[in-house]
Design a protein around this ligand. Structure first.
Ligand code: AMP
Ligand code: GLY
Length: 445
């Protein structure tokens, strides 16, 4: 909404002063814990008059108006934005970004945070991102690409083990198999390429070298000219304590990541972050938005495990609570390609997010249990899977919510996050007990 202030001059005539976008109507596409964290942070800006979440969820409904439009329904999202005079849109999940949601909104004159489809391919196709890294000398695991299943099967008969099989396209975070044996490798290839368990995403596979070392997530703001890394973080992807069990969407995070020293950060900036931004520009795919670098700190230096074209989940739930600068101002600066002019400041504190899931996740689990979050801690809670029914909040997903504590040290943040987690109740509550344990060991070493 554009605002004017009216004054009267000496003769009584009105004089209007244009005050820019004073009250803004914002739309956030997505409906998980990450989107809840983004919405809570955006609300800190006084200019924000209204936030819509598409589709949001029962917990997000406390902070935004949820609209029953799914994140992949680009036509409906675009129509909603136009009909509701949206001033600014944030497209958070991978699917709509890869499907060109930002392109469509921009065509309608709606400023957006997030890359266009041409740039989102950096996450949408692992073949693209691996070839990009090879072409521009960005450190990553050695790899081969296969579009013929027999060739892939032949290759894994003699490649070193363990080996890593990746479906080319988006696969809900499940497209990566670390095969310890040849049989596991063969099965992964047949599942992706013949059984099509990831649909067309498995038409091509990348088979890559197994890397070892601590993992670091670095989310960064970039407008294609400047890249500003956010505070580093560490995800915990496996379902069980001690990194056992199946891979999940993430069971908890801590920030900052103690393995990511200033020296390593400088090396990443020089060898990975700036070269990636430059590579995308040279390919005519300028990336504007949040570029997520999934890194492994190997004995040969930091290497890229994956790029994501968006904020990470649940990394966002520890990174944004530590951001002291205004998120909306930063996002708008990215959109307007003036990121270099704004301040992006993080506090010197630490954060820990513990995910509370439904027992059985990431496989089958029950839902529909009442979720009780004490009011005094609701600011620390980022809801991922819940729905409102007759005024009650019910569990409605595998990952139900994340609860984040911020404290001056990491040990305090971890212990406080677990105290908060204890105060939230629902039947079948499941969580890992060792979020941050590896980071704490690194700090002690
Ligand atoms: P992604 O779905 O791409 O996030 O990969 C899931 C996880 O698989 C990563 O977080 C790593 O822990 C692991 N991973 C992926 N690629 C490799 C690799 N080349 N070597 C070792 N682990 C890997
Ligand atoms: N936490 C990993 C991701 O967002 O893909």
């Amino acid at each position: 909404m554009v605002c004017f202030t009216a004054y009267s001059d000496r003769n009584g005539y009105a004089i209007y002063f244009f005050q820019g976008e004073l009250f803004m109507r914002i739309m956030v596409v997505g409906g998980g814990g990450r989107e809840h964290a983004i919405i809570k942070k955006l609300k800190e800006n006084k200019k924000v008059e209204k936030i819509y979440a598409l589709p949001g969820n029962g917990g997000i409904a406390k902070d935004a108006e949820c609209v029953d439009i799914q994140a992949k329904d680009i036509d409906a999202i675009t129509a909603f934005a136009v009909e509701n005079s949206i001033d600014y849109a944030v497209v958070a999940p991978d699917d709509p970004l890869v499907l060109g949601c930002v392109d469509r909104l921009v065509e309608k004159g709606i400023p957006c945070f997030g890359p266009d489809a041409a740039a989102a391919v950096i996450e949408g196709s692992k073949v693209f991102s691996k070839n990009l890294m090879k072409k521009y000398g960005i450190p990553t695991a050695a790899y081969e690409v296969f579009d013929d299943m027999q060739d892939a099967l032949e290759y894994v008969k003699s490649c070193p083990l363990p080996t890593v099989i990746k479906a080319d396209g988006l696969a809900l975070g499940k497209g990566v198999v670390i095969a310890q044996t040849r049989n596991e490798a063969l099965t992964a290839i047949v599942n992706a390429m013949q059984n099509k368990v990831f649909g067309d995403s498995g038409n091509q596979v990348v088979i890559e070298e197994f890397l070892e070392g601590p993992e670091v997530s670095v989310l960064s703001f970039t407008d294609g000219k400047t890249v500003v890394p956010m505070i580093s973080s560490m995800d915990h992807k496996r379902a069980g304590d001690g990194d056992t069990g199946l891979n999940t969407g993430g069971m908890g995070t801590i920030a900052p990541n103690p393995y990511y020293t200033d020296e390593i950060a400088a090396e990443c900036m020089e060898k990975i972050f700036l070269p990636t931004i430059e590579a995308m520009n040279r390919e005519g795919r300028t990336f504007k938005g949040c570029l997520y670098f999934g890194l492994m700190l190997t004995k040969d230096g930091p290497k890229v495990i994956e790029y994501n074209c968006r904020f990470g989940d649940p990394e966002t739930q520890v990174v944004l609570p530590l951001l002291e600068s205004d998120l909306l101002e930063i996002m708008q600066a990215v959109t307007e390609e003036r990121l270099g002019e704004v301040e992006v400041r993080f506090s010197g504190s630490s954060a820990c997010c513990v995910i509370l899931a439904s027992d059985g996740y990431p496989q089958s689990y029950d839902k529909g249990f009442e979720l009780v979050i004490p009011e005094d801690i609701s600011d620390s809670v980022y809801v991922a899977g819940a729905k409102l029914q007759d005024g009650r909040l019910l569990t409605n997903g595998g990952r139900v919510l994340g609860v984040t504590a911020v404290a001056s040290t990491l040990p305090e943040a971890v212990s406080c996050a677990y105290s908060l987690a204890d105060r939230i109740s629902f039947d079948n509550k499941y969580y890992r007990h060792d979020i941050g344990a590896r980071a704490l060991r690194a700090l002690e070493a």
